[in-house]
Design a protein around this ligand. Structure first.
Ligand code: 13P
Ligand code: SF4
Length: 311
């Protein structure tokens, strides 16, 4: 690490104390960001941390919907993002208007939404889910939850996650046509090619991957579940089907094991916008704040809290 970077890190640390701030980082963030974060994790873990922290300021190194989720859960805290332009192309694939039209077509359906949605879309949901708990959330939906007698389930916006959940639960889902363009770059041919070179490696992938990719895997897991799987599984080599940033955490926590990305093309540029320099600026100026309008926040909070009660 350069002298300059060390100086920035010292400065960040001083400002964290001054403002009673914490830094949280998603598992796809750049190594230098993960290394200075107080907590790293998947979307579910980061929501829980944001909900439980005593800090006054949270610097959220992730994408916009994640910071919004933190703001929905803790409106009394200042939620800052190093770069407000860090969006999620999948979350942008469904608007409030789209969802209202779908609900209009299926008025009795229970509406399940992936956490990768805007706060305004979350306000339209009955219940939220993440990749870590989507199967449990759908399993927990009984005919009287939360709309009496409802049999249909709408699932937005990720059609690949919907397909995965539907296969695991046996429930038919009315899925939106959204997808993660980054995970869609991982193809079955990539898995087969890497497997040829490393035949003993266990294949683990994210449920945002294409169904044909998931069907070649030993497990489809959230990013933190992948970390736990790699740690506890007896395999010594793993082929990783998710955004390439996860390889850094996996290697860091498992020095005796080998991790091969299914492809180098699965890189989410939105997840790489946080840098030491813009984290410092956010803390120096307490700016780049994410705040959700109160009328939306109250409705969106219900959907998130329902999820947090299940898992
Ligand atoms: P996780 O919740 O599994 O970390 O996934 C978030 C995400 O955006 C995956 O692309
Ligand atoms: Fe969104 Fe995909 Fe990037 Fe995750 S990897 S933040 S789902 S675009």
């Amino acid at each position: 690490m350069s002298k300059f970077e060390n100086r920035i890190i010292r400065e960040i640390s001083k400002l964290k104390k001054k403002h009673r701030a914490i830094i949280v980082a998603h598992n796809y963030q750049l190594p230098e960001v993960q290394d200075i974060a107080d907590y790293c994790g998947d979307s579910l873990e980061l929501s829980r941390i944001a909900a439980g922290t005593k800090a006054r300021v949270v610097v959220f190194c992730g994408v916009h919907f994640m910071a919004e989720t933190a703001s929905i859960l803790c409106p009394d805290k200042k939620i800052l993002m190093p770069d407000l332009n860090s969006g999620c192309p999948m979350a942008d694939m469904i608007s409030v208007r789209d969802l209202r039209a779908l609900k209009h077509k299926h008025p009795r359906a229970i509406v399940v939404g992936y956490v990768n949605t805007s706060a305004a879309v979350k306000a339209e949901l009955d219940i939220c889910c993440t990749s870590a708990n989507a199967v449990s959330v759908v399993k927990a939906i009984s005919n009287d939850f939360p709309k009496a007698g409802s049999r249909e389930i709408i699932f937005v916006p990720d059609k690949n996650l919907a397909d995965f959940v539907s296969r695991r639960t046996g429930r038919k889902l009315i899925a939106w046509d959204g997808f993660c363009p980054i995970h869609a770059r991982i193809l079955p041919a990539d898995i087969k090619r890497v497997k040829k070179f490393h035949p003993r490696a266990s294949v683990i992938v994210h449920p945002e991957c294409l169904p044909e990719v998931i069907s070649l895997s030993a497990a489809a897991l959230s990013t933190s579940q992948m970390c736990k799987f790699a740690k506890t599984n007896k395999a010594k080599e793993f082929i990783i089907g998710t955004e390439a940033g996860l390889i850094y955490v996996l290697k860091k926590n498992n020095p005796g094991k080998e991790f091969y990305p299914a492809t180098q093309k699965a890189l989410c540029s939105d997840m790489k916008r946080a840098r030491l320099s813009n984290i410092l600026t956010a803390l120096e100026e307490l700016r780049f704040e994410v705040r959700v309008k109160e009328s939306i926040r109250r409705k969106a909070k219900k959907a998130i809290e329902r999820m947090l009660k299940i898992i």
